[in-house]
Design a binder for this molecule. Structure first.
Ligand SMILES: [Zn+2]
Length: 268
């Protein structure tokens, strides 16, 4: 369901109408769909996706694969029914293919001339994506730690909201504090919206997807045995085992931050 229409919610997501499960020896297959709000085709032009829309499509397709390749007994543990901080690995890892020449050659062609997108455009997109990445990284870390700090101790013991926040932010400060600002009271993720100490999962998912994609970079982004291993150890397993056990079976070790820092341009 790719295009906007009246009454449709904004954004993009994967919907599961029916999960996969096994009952009476029958493997019931899942029904999933990808919902987006992409640039509509017109009378004279097909739908020409922006780069952002392409990465969104790959992202949601990753969630869809997690649902479609599920192969577990119980529907409550099937597909994307995993711990909160593991659900974005299949989706975010797929986005990496959008920056690879081998992948782009398959579909990223000019709609009139059939010319493959010039690689220098992709290099520019990569560089632009890393603009102010150091600041962004510190910002995400500070939000994750602030969220965690409110849930890690008895909040009744925190008598001064601003003073508490300052002690947390000290570790990630790049600019001096603005005394009139207070993030805790404006940060919905801390107490509502289902995060409640789970905001760190954004950055954590990046650690996982960058580290996992390293295997594909080493073996080839379309390497069949690596893809099969990713399917067998991660995509098909849902929440049947602890994510770290599943991850280590695919990767051979726990994730390291090196690949993420390198991709972000923070180390060379
Ligand atoms: Zn997602």
């Amino acid at each position: 369901d790719f295009f906007p229409r009246k009454g449709k919610r904004n954004g993009a997501w994967m919907t599961s109408f029916k999960s996969q499960y096994i009952e009476n020896d029958k493997n019931e297959r899942p029904h999933v769909s990808i919902v987006c709000n992409f640039t509509k085709p017109t009378n004279t032009k097909p739908s020409l996706l922006t780069f952002n829309e392409v990465t969104t499509l790959f992202h949601e397709f990753g969630h869809a694969l997690h649902g479609m390749l599920a192969n577990t007994h119980y529907r409550s543990l099937s597909g994307t029914s995993v711990y909160w901080d593991f659900v974005e690995l299949p989706s975010q890892i797929l986005e990496n293919w959008c920056y690879e020449k081998e992948a782009l050659e398959i579909f990223a062609r000019h709609y009139e001339t059939d010319e493959v997108i010039p690689l220098e455009y992709i290099e520019k997109i990569k560089k632009a994506a890393n603009f102010q990445e150091g600041l962004q990284t510190l910002r995400q870390l500070s939000f994750g730690m602030l969220d965690m700090s409110w849930h890690g101790i008895n909040p009744s013991d925190i008598t001064d909201v601003k003073a508490h926040e300052r002690t947390v932010f000290e570790k990630t400060d790049l600019y001096p504090d603005v005394s009139s600002s207070c993030m805790s009271t404006a940060f919905g993720h801390i107490f509502q919206g289902g995060y409640s100490a789970g905001y760190y999962s954004y950055k954590w998912a990046e650690v996982l997807d960058a580290d996992a994609f390293e295997v594909f970079k080493e073996k080839g982004i379309f390497d069949r045995s690596t893809a099969t291993s990713f399917k067998d150890h991660i995509l098909s397993k849902g929440g049947t085992e602890n994510p770290m056990i599943l991850y280590k079976r695919f990767r051979g070790s726990e994730p390291k931050i090196d690949a993420l820092l390198k991709r972000a341009g923070l180390v060379t």
